[in-house]
Design a protein around this ligand. Structure first.
Ligand SMILES: [Zn+2]
Length: 265
């Protein structure tokens, strides 16, 4: 790269991966030079072409949570055990380090936090890639809960959500949205109310359907299942409604706005 310095224009080498190198062919505008943790990074903006959206008649419903990071309407459960375990370990260590309020303790704490975020980002990339591939391979779109402006109700449904790292949750939603766009997979956002209290078989909405935090049992028809899977199935059903009701393009082109849900740390 070539940058202006106080000593004039200088040519400086850089390294990047193969994919990044390919993307650089479509670089747009200026790049930013960023100094972070003793290393210099070059942030470049690139143009990426989007394929036309697939025409879909059905959706893969995806419920996002904490214990199970994601659960889809086909019954697949993506557990957060590993990520959450790492978080707890770091939190404990963090408490000890915070008690020792020294410069080296603070530095170590920052490094830990970054490591945790890198791992979370890796998990989110892997997970979103799998979900998008699953939807694409079965000619379906993806349906997610619309979390704009309904924070209170959703938080109430799952008290453990308060402990979630908001940035990880929002990042996963954004990863799904952008990978879906790159793959031509439509994403719709559905009304999240009562997704875990509604019976996907008979339609009964009742708090008693939620037998426990993890279990769903319909008090009317007896349908039994994991609460998260049931929620994902309801999200799928609502996704079909959203996909049919609005003009398809209108439904999917609405940009994702997760900021109403929670602020990144
Ligand atoms: Zn039922």
């Amino acid at each position: 790269m070539s940058i202006w310095t106080v000593a004039g224009r200088q040519e400086i080498g850089f390294v990047c991966g193969t994919r990044q190198r390919a993307l650089l062919a479509r670089r747009r505008g200026e790049s930013n030079l960023v100094y972070r943790s003793g290393q210099w990074f070059l942030y470049a903006t690139v143009d990426v072409s989007e394929p036309p959206l697939q025409d879909v008649a059905d959706y893969l419903g995806v419920d996002l949570g904490i214990v199970n990071i994601a659960t889809d309407s086909d019954g697949r459960v993506y557990s957060g055990g590993q990520v959450n375990g790492l978080r707890h370990r770091h939190r404990r260590l963090g408490k000890r380090l915070q008690a020792k309020d020294t410069r080296s303790a603070r530095r170590l704490l920052r490094a830990r936090r970054r490591k945790e975020q890198r791992f979370g980002t890796h998990v989110n990339h892997t997970l979103s890639k799998r979900l998008v591939a699953e939807a694409q391979g079965t000619d379906r779109g993806i349906a997610l809960e619309d979390l704009g402006g309904i924070r209170g109700r959703v938080a109430a449904r799952r008290p453990q959500r308060a402990t979630l790292h908001c940035w990880a949750f929002n990042q996963l939603r954004q990863h799904i949205a952008y990978k879906a766009r790159l793959a031509g997979v439509p994403v719709v956002y559905v009304d999240p109310r009562n997704t875990s209290r509604t019976c996907p078989a008979c339609g009964l909405v009742d708090t008693r359907n939620r037998a426990s935090q993890a279990k769903f049992q319909c008090v009317s028809c007896g349908l039994l299942g994991l609460a998260d899977t049931i929620a994902a199935r309801n999200i799928r059903i609502r996704g079909r409604g959203v996909g049919n009701a609005s003009t398809r393009r209108g439904a999917v082109s609405r940009s994702e706005a997760p900021s109403g849900k929670c602020r990144p740390l």
